[in-house]
Design a binder for this molecule. Structure first.
Ligand SMILES: [Fe+2]
Length: 484
């Protein structure tokens, strides 16, 4: 265990004081505990002291604060809708030609540049071509990362491009705090630095960065308490049609819902994708299917959803196992599959923003977690919340192009986190966890499927049958366990 704890700390380029380590080791769940602490630490923090751990435990850096709220008179509420401008359904423009890709990346660049320039510390940026005409004065520029190199001495070289097509090398010295940042291709960053002429006159100038600015969420962002007394639940990766669907646990949850959902004013449920197991998603999948017909899988799902009390409004969007195009953003499920669904089910694309009683909820299935984990050394499948935190830091759900997550080049990049959500939920990796990061309730919403053979062979242990519930008034998060 000691090795695992210390390597989790090392992966984030941090150090754990011996007396802080002791507190972690004494915790019942040391790995979950250290991961939560690491996620809650400031980005530029290097040493974690005993006091930091104590602050985390008693000062509630990583968990929800008790907050007062005013009880409203109405209990059954149905104030939920999909934010139309964030839903690709019926609006796809891409035809797959080069022009589409150019427009797509221009939109990503401009959207994130807008977020960066709203940061007072960064302010207005200048085009790269203009910045490179200066020498020995500070410039603020925005670039999309084209490539990254780490040299033997730990300094970093980036090749960046702006929306005018200017390309430039950026050098980050090893001893600069900026070198501690996570960098990935196709990410948009702000750079504060100094242009330098190249000794070789035939080569273009470069910029030496003193600071890297991520779009991120401002440190001052917080959960504004409202008078809502409703709660919202998340049921991800249900996987109806799989032999490993946890029918008993699901029924236990439904029993609780029928008996007690009104006691916590559970008025809304979001399903963040993989509602069915699908067909032909991976080799030999048919051996793991209890329902081998895609239409019948959705029919069975409709029956399961009918058991949920009528007053609860539901939002269902697809994941990579569902019957829509795999490229993201994915449109809503077609009504050939969903015509049996009751009227309390709203269908939307993936990702999408949903508004419930004034709360902004960003729900994304999470396919890109595969790409984050395989491209960023510090991120692992065991800690999906840390991946979600990086999505927030970069204000993009899936920056990497050309990996497992197919990205459709729409005119608008729907995967940019343009609006700061109150709740950000994702699934896909079948883990369960939550973290309050700068006021955003981040949730990884479990699964209703037991460990599959594929997962067993890859030593992956899911955390199934957990239903996260968030109070829309005060932001308290509860993880309700229905495992039988
Ligand atoms: Fe799944």
């Amino acid at each position: 265990m000691r090795g695992e704890i210390l390597s989790a700390v090392e992966r984030r380029n941090m150090f754990l004081a011996p007396d802080a380590y002791k507190l972690v080791e004494e915790n019942n769940e040391p790995m979950a505990f250290i991961n939560s602490i690491l996620n809650a630490m400031k980005d530029n923090q290097i040493f974690i002291t005993k006091q930091d751990v104590l602050d985390f435990m008693y000062g509630d850096k990583g968990t929800m604060k008790e907050e007062k709220y005013i009880k409203p008179a109405v209990k059954f509420c149905s104030d939920i809708h999909v934010v139309d401008s964030t839903d690709i359904t019926g609006k796809s423009t891409c035809t797959g030609v080069i022009k589409d890709f150019s427009k797509y990346f221009q939109d990503r660049y401009r959207s994130i540049k807008r977020i960066l320039e709203s940061n007072r510390k960064f302010g207005q940026s200048m085009p790269l071509a203009k910045a490179l005409s200066y020498t020995d004065r500070e410039v603020h520029v925005v670039g999309i990362i084209y490539s990254k190199n780490t040299y033997d001495n730990k300094s970093i070289g980036l090749k960046i491009e702006d929306d005018q097509g200017t390309i430039c090398n950026v050098y980050i010295p090893a001893d600069s705090p900026a070198s501690k940042n996570i960098f990935i291709e196709d990410q948009v960053i702000g750079i504060i630095g100094t242009p330098r002429k190249n000794k070789d006159k035939d080569k273009p100038p470069s910029i030496t960065a003193s600071e890297i600015i991520n779009p991120d969420v401002p440190e001052t962002n917080n959960w504004q308490i409202s008078d809502s007394d409703s709660t919202i639940a998340f049921l991800s990766d249900v996987h109806i049609g799989s032999t490993t669907f946890l029918d008993k646990s699901w029924k236990k949850m439904i029993r609780w819902m029928k008996e007690a959902s009104t006691s916590i004013n559970l008025n809304y449920i979001v399903f963040p994708g993989d509602v069915v197991d699908g067909i032909g998603i991976f080799p030999d999948q048919e051996k793991e299917l209890s329902i081998a017909d895609i239409y019948e899988q959705y029919e069975a799902l409709a029956e399961y959803l009918k058991d949920i009390p009528d007053h609860i409004k539901m939002v269902v969007h697809p994941g990579n196992h569902d019957a829509v195009r795999p490229a993201e953003p994915q449109p809503a499920l077609n009504d050939v599959f969903t015509k049996m669904f009751d009227s309390n089910v709203i269908l939307s694309g993936n990702p999408v923003y949903v508004e419930a009683e004034g709360r902004k909820i960003l729900t994304y299935h999470g396919r890109s977690i595969d790409d984050w984990v395989s491209n960023v050394q510090q991120l692992t499948y065991n800690d999906p919340i840390a991946v979600m935190k990086q999505m927030v830091v970069m204000r993009h759900l899936a920056p990497l192009y050309g990996q497992k997550t197919a990205l459709a080049p729409e005119e608008k990049d729907y995967l940019v986190m343009n609006t700061i959500p109150d709740i950000f939920v994702s699934g896909h990796v079948h883990g369960a966890g939550h973290l309050n990061y700068r006021g955003v309730r981040m949730i990884n919403a479990s699964t209703w499927q037991d460990q599959t053979d594929y997962q067993r062979n890859h030593n992956f242990n899911p955390e199934p049958a957990i239903m996260p519930v968030v109070h829309l008034g005060n932001g308290t998060v509860k993880m309700m366990n229905f495992r039988t």
